[in-house]
Design a binder for this molecule. Structure first.
Ligand SMILES: [Zn+2]
Length: 54
């Protein structure tokens, strides 16, 4: 599904993270590429209260 505002996409190659500020209006999946690879959506769920050290 498409990205929604607030979604965080992360590049598995370089670690770049982008936050979607505005939803795509094309109705299809829009794949954002980084490092020539599709960025994937970071887990929408918040971390389970774990500290920064994991
Ligand atoms: Zn990248």
């Amino acid at each position: 599904m498409g990205s929604k505002p607030g979604d965080v996409l992360v590049c598995s190659e370089c670690g770049l993270e982008v936050v979607v500020a505005k939803a795509c209006g094309c109705g299809d999946d829009c794949v954002i590429m980084c490092c020539e690879k599709p960025m994937k959506k970071k887990s929408g769920d918040k971390p389970r209260g774990s500290c920064c050290c994991g």
